[in-house]
Design a protein around this ligand. Structure first.
Ligand code: 13P
Ligand code: SF4
Length: 320
């Protein structure tokens, strides 16, 4: 990755802001994006927020600064607009953990089950699903499905186990997929950090490998632990009176959290400095500029897939 000095970054940001006006373009970015990208975006948020924002946008050109499934979700919702991703290779290890063939085989084994797919999936997987959900509304989506209905939940097993625990349903089958960034967080990472920071509030993304242990520690040991989406973390820290927070998710969110709480003297630290999503970091400021200049790379979904996927995505947006 080329590194740029501050002046060059500022110059590129200026050009991006000019091009946005000239081309009537809108930039939607995820909380994990690089600071210089968050600063030129019109909206920064979690997966659910990004999809809600895409749905209501009137701009003819939308640049999604995030990973590929996020741009696909926007393209599904905006079939008449031009949706761009600055680097089409920005994938997601979690979305890659299930193929359409595997899902079809799984569905065949459970023909009466309702399929709930996390938004971190390809458009094709979404087209084979009944509902989509994100980490912020997964529990609500599952609770909206009649209790006697069997559910296939995919692809994140840690989020799936969390949802199973919170909803108390024993008819949820869970796909054994994981995100390589979050899965590496172990219960011992949290236990060690709690010992070192007894006065801190702990915010944990439900994709983390320690999620089930965290639920146990919260309920039984009354530890100040909160299992939240990235958007939930922003809301929590902004409204909390506490002044020390340890955050277990991709480290890009730290910039957003500090920016949102500027001047409030809040101490916000990542649980692990090595929680870096190399896919999210493939979106760089020079690529955003080039994307706007050349209107690349357009994300196009075949109509038959997009139409089916849209039903599952729309259901997700109705349950906020
Ligand atoms: P959020 O929906 O919480 O932003 O999570 C998206 C993601 O990819 C987490 O790794
Ligand atoms: Fe996918 Fe994990 Fe990166 Fe999120 S952090 S985009 S789930 S690989």
């Amino acid at each position: 990755m080329t590194t740029y000095d501050v002046e060059t970054i500022k110059e590129m940001q200026k050009k991006i802001l000019e091009l946005k006006k000239i081309k009537n373009a809108y930039i939607i970015a995820h909380n994990y994006q690089l600071p210089e990208i968050q600063d030129v975006a019109d909206y920064v948020g979690d997966s659910l927020g990004m999809a809600l924002e895409a749905k209501k946008t009137d701009y003819p050109l939308v640049v999604v600064c995030g990973v590929h499934f996020m741009a696909e979700t926007a393209a599904i919702l905006l079939p008449d607009k031009k949706v761009l991703i600055p680097d089409p290779n920005a994938g997601c290890s979690l979305a890659d953990s299930i193929t359409p063939e595997q899902l079809i085989e799984w569905k065949n084994k459970h023909p009466n089950a309702v399929v709930v797919s996390y938004v971190n999936t390809t458009a094709e997987i979404k087209s084979l699903s009944d509902y989509c959900c994100t980490s912020s509304n997964a529990v609500k989506v599952v609770n909206s499905i009649p209790k006697d209905k069997e559910i296939l939940f995919l692809p994140d097993m840690y989020l799936g186990m969390y949802v199973r625990e919170v909803t108390g349903r024993d008819n949820i089958h869970i796909w054994p997929g994981e995100c390589h960034v979050h899965a590496k967080v172990s219960p011992s990472d949290i236990v060690k950090s709690i010992k070192e920071n007894p006065d801190a509030d702990f915010l944990v993304h439900p994709e983390c490998g320690c999620t089930t242990s965290c639920m146990y520690m919260k309920e039984r040991q009354k530890i100040d632990l909160h299992i939240l989406s990235t958007g939930g973390m922003v809301k929590h820290i902004k409204s909390s009176r506490r002044d020390k927070f340890i955050v277990a998710t991709e480290i890009g969110i730290i910039y957003r959290l500090k920016k949102e709480t500027k001047g409030e003297n809040k101490d916000i630290k990542p649980l692990r400095e090595d929680m870096i999503c190399e896919y999210m970091k493939m979106i760089t400021i020079d690529k955003v500029l080039r994307s706007l200049e050349e209107e690349i790379y357009e994300v196009k979904i075949p109509k038959d897939i997009a139409d089916k996927a849209k039903k599952a995505v729309e259901r997700m947006l109705e349950i906020v």
